[in-house]
Design a protein around this ligand. Structure first.
Ligand code: ADP
Ligand code: ASP
Ligand code: MG
Length: 428
């Protein structure tokens, strides 16, 4: 069997869903497990509902209604008025309404997961109903009956053994009955049956979880790009498609910010040697990119950019050396706050790290070590990672930037940079 994943961009409207059905029509009769994300930007919209509910500012219901209306609009284009999908989707939306009607939960992340999961639950119901309507028999499956996680809300950690047993029990019989199996990305469930999510953009990872647990022969993610490119096409010109990549190269790329694939996706596939194909839903005949072990090992320069980075220069208050016991404390605190270090360097009296500027975690880190350390902080930076670089590409990429920090390990170069505002002639 194969696992297919369709992201938000592929099912953002009725035309998108029809296109997905036409792609799937080519695979009629094959054993497919299909994972879908929420439609378009639904997750962002639901995040706003959560924020409004947490503030009790009275806007949550209105924002939630707008999400509902957008879905009904798409459904009216796809189904006849009396279709039972309207009731089924409405029943799901009502579950979100129950959460909004209660007082906001103390645990924001818990509340977030109970509301945001609605995006995937309704998109999967709509796509599955549409596939059945056009003659592609499809069984809808609740991913929460399969993907078992701990209770780290918004970043659930998969409990693999349990998930594997669930997958084989739930999916096997449906595939055996004939037809496709369609389920949600991004969501899972705790042992107490509370919904968890796997982290933003986590549907690729869901597809890898199903692929791993069901020993898929291949996983296919359908994107709005021809495949994996050697840089983000929104940021760079003259990018080229990479026809083949090794797992290792793909792990390095996604870890350092190639947002085309969720970083957790590759490892489970690599462990079972399952090839990953990144294909275009706009041009399904295109060859795409194949990620597998037996790939050529010569690559063009590959560029990844992570924006919103902070550089922290940490030194001791008493000007003593930054010694091992200091490091131990700093790393423990970083782990506690789940603040991921993208780059680090130490000298005798200072230790510098580059971290993403996420929510209030950088402030908290600085505050919670302030009894022993002082921190100089620079914000608004970008981290650029270039693999297989050539001197010319490096020169090009540095144009218009001030490089604050540069490090090279074998074929990888990392730069922390700030943009230089262009000099302008004064008026008069
Ligand atoms: P999905 O709809 O599956 O969630 P995403 O929008 O998350 O898809 O990922 C596809 C997008 O990733 C592309 O539209 C592209 O702008 C961006 N992207 C960033 N880096 C790359 C890269 N190296 N190669 C291809 N696309 C990239
Ligand atoms: N819908 C979720 C998100 O937007 C998961 C995903 O699309 O991968 O983050
Ligand atoms: Mg995505």
């Amino acid at each position: 069997m194969k696992v297919f994943k369709f992201g938000g961009a592929s099912i953002k409207d009725a035309a998108g869903i029809k296109n997905v059905a036409s792609i799937l029509g080519r695979f009629k009769g094959e054993q497919l497990v299909i994972i879908v994300s929420a439609m378009g930007k639904t997750t962002n919209a639901l995040e706003e509902v959560v924020a409004a509910h947490a503030k009790s500012d009275g806007r949550a219901q209105e924002l939630y209604d707008a999400v509902k209306e957008r879905h009904y609009e798409i459904m009216r284009e796809l189904f006849d008025a009396g279709d039972e999908v309207f009731t089924s989707v409405n029943d799901t939306f009502v579950e979100g309404e129950w959460v909004i009607e209660e007082d906001p939960a103390e645990n924001y992340d818990y509340m977030y997961d109970q509301i945001v999961c609605m995006g995937e639950l309704v998109s999967s119901k709509i796509v599955s109903a549409y596939l059945n309507k056009v003659g592609l028999q499809t069984h809808w499956l609740d991913a929460r009956d399969v993907v078992a996680t701990d209770n780290t809300y918004r970043e659930g950690w998969v409990i693999w053994e349990k998930t594997k047993a669930n997958a084989q029990r739930e999916v096997g019989p449906l595939l055996a009955a004939g037809g496709f199996v369609l389920t949600q990305g991004f969501i899972g469930s705790t042992s107490e049956n509370f919904t968890t999510t796997l982290g933003r953009e986590g549907s690729d990872y869901s597809a890898a979880i199903f692929s791993y647990c069901l020993d898929a022969e291949g996983m296919f993610i359908w994107k709005d790009v021809p495949g994996v490119l050697n840089a983000d096409p929104r940021l760079f010109e003259n990018v080229i498609k990479l026809d083949r990549l090794s797992y290792r190269e793909a792990i390095e790329m996604t870890y350092y910010g190639a947002s085309v694939i969720h970083p957790k996706t590759i490892k489970p596939l690599q462990n079972k040697n399952i090839p990953l194909f990144v294909k275009s839903f706009i041009d399904p005949d295109g060859a795409g990119t194949e990620i597998s072990s037996d790939s050529e090992e010569t690559y063009p320069p590959i560029v990844m950019v992570e924006k919103n980075q902070s550089l922290l220069h940490i030194s001791t208050l008493d000007y003593s050396f930054v010694a091992e016991h200091h490091m131990a404390r700093l790393f423990n605190k970083l782990a506690d706050l789940r603040l991921f270090v993208n780059m680090m360097q130490n000298t005798a009296i200072s230790f510098s790290i580059c971290v993403p500027t996420v929510s209030d975690r950088v402030e908290r880190f600085i505050r919670e070590i302030s009894d022993e350390f002082k921190v100089k902080r620079e914000d608004g930076l970008e981290l650029m990672t270039i693999r297989h670089f050539t001197p010319e590409t490096l020169e090009n990429l540095k144009k218009g930037k001030i490089v604050l920090y540069e490090e090279r390990i074998r074929e990888t170069m990392q730069l922390v940079m700030r943009s230089i505002p262009p000099i302008q002639r004064r008026e008069n």
